[in-house]
Design a protein around this ligand. Structure first.
Ligand code: KIV
Ligand code: ZN
Length: 389
């Protein structure tokens, strides 16, 4: 294996499964097909298209996505029982590259729900992973709530799943409970401890309850995980999942300290973010990293002046890299004369110094009253000045 193969991180997108599970984020059949097509085009390696047993609609969407997939592996989710797994297989088998993802909650709190002893659950894992593997040669297994599962038991069940034929072991931080150092250590220790661990891919699946999903996922990669499970805009249950755009751009921008690669065409990020926001009805907060409306916007005079001289002063990535045409210089009460001059020039007005001073005074008066001064307001200021002369 070359160094670059070793450092290639598989991007597993679960916008259509875990993302769609957020209350109120339901998407129509056509919308799911459209998002799956865009994810495939963007270079996502694996699309978790849904939970086929959950409803007829989910089953149909997963089947259709599987039929239409071009390059991506199409994955469906199944609980640890034969009925779920069979239904999942029926849906994903149409894909050129299908995957069954089966899971069970392994922490004491989750074991108590089906009221299984450790031994009974271990047996269930062996049977269900074996069953999935008899249907499909690509099986992923997850011990849900892994980060709150006893260490010895976690090692035991991971070993059982590997022996039963799972080729990807996902370690979910289901309730966003872990922290970066622990996240890295957990993966590293599992790889060092569990027999057969070096034969499989370890995945990280983080939730954002404490705002650490991105950091925890990247730390897990430092610990040896080579698959990140994530969603567009961080859509997902409660506070959401790891945001795809954040982990991908973090590895791209900070390749010096995170020397990992992905197959993602990052210039498609902004379009996907907007489509997911529209179809899910979940607006992106303005200050959201990478895809928020303000992520590449500058209002303060000092920042605008710096940006006009050298964009690297206040931007660590280029807007084009995520699919935006340009930085947004927002004209408001913090803007300075240099930004006003540049903005007016873009609008076709090159003013002499005294004219600019006059417009600048009136612009500041207006900006005190309005949050944002739009292009039309600026044109009105300039042309009103012309009339009075
Ligand atoms: O958060 C979680 O544990 C999950 C599993 C089903 C992988 O989404
Ligand atoms: Zn999840």
């Amino acid at each position: 294996m070359t160094q670059s193969d070793k450092n290639r991180v598989v991007i597993f997108d679960t916008t259509l499964r875990d993302g769609e599970q957020s209350p109120g984020a339901t998407m129509t059949h056509e919308e799911k097909l459209e998002i799956a097509g865009l994810l495939d085009e963007m270079g996502v390696d694996i699309i978790e298209a849904g939970f086929p047993i959950a409803s007829e609609g989910d089953f149909n969407a997963v089947s259709e996505i599987a039929k239409n997939a071009k390059d991506a592996v199409i994955c469906g989710l199944a609980r640890a029982n034969f009925k779920d797994i069979d239904r999942c297989w029926e849906a994903v088998r149409h894909a050129t590259r299908p995957r069954i993802h089966t899971f069970i909650g392994t922490s004491p709190l989750h074991r108590a729900i089906p009221n299984l002893t450790q031994d009974e659950m271990a047996e269930r894992i062996h049977e269900t992973v074996t069953h999935a593997r008899n249907l499909c040669d690509n099986v992923q297994w997850s011990p849900m709530d892994a980060t709150r599962t006893e260490w010895e038991y976690l090692c035991r069940v991971v070993e059982i799943a590997i022996k039963a034929g799972a080729s990807t072991i996902n370690i979910p931080d289901t309730v966003g409970y872990t922290a970066p150092r622990e996240s890295a250590d957990l993966i590293r220790r599992l790889i060092e401890t569990v027999p057969g661990a070096d034969e499989v891919v370890f995945a990280t699946h983080c939730h954002n309850d404490l705002g650490m999903a991105t950091a925890n996922a990247l730390a897990a990669v430092d610990g040896g995980a080579r698959q990140i499970e994530c969603t567009i805009n961080g859509l997902g249950e409660r506070a959401g999942n790891t945001a795809l755009e954040e982990v991908v751009m973090a590895m791209k921008v900070r390749g010096d300290i995170m020397p990992y690669t992905t197959g993602i065409d990052t210039t498609k990020i902004m379009h996907l973010s907007r489509r997911v926001s529209t179809v899910s009805g979940f607006q992106v907060q303005p200050n959201k990293a990478i895809v928020g409306k303000n992520a590449f916007a500058h209002e303060s005079g000092i920042h605008q002046d710096g940006m006009l001289k050298n964009a690297e002063t206040f931007e660590i990535m280029r807007p084009e890299d995520v699919g935006l045409s340009e930085t947004n210089i927002v004209m408001g009460k913090h803007s300075g004369r240099a930004a006003l001059r540049s903005k007016l020039k873009d609008l076709g007005y090159e003013l002499a110094d005294n004219q600019l001073n006059d417009v600048f005074v009136r612009f500041k008066e207006l900006a005190d009253r309005k949050k944002e001064v739009y292009d039309d307001d600026l044109i009105a200021l300039v042309t009103a000045g012309d009339d009075s002369e």
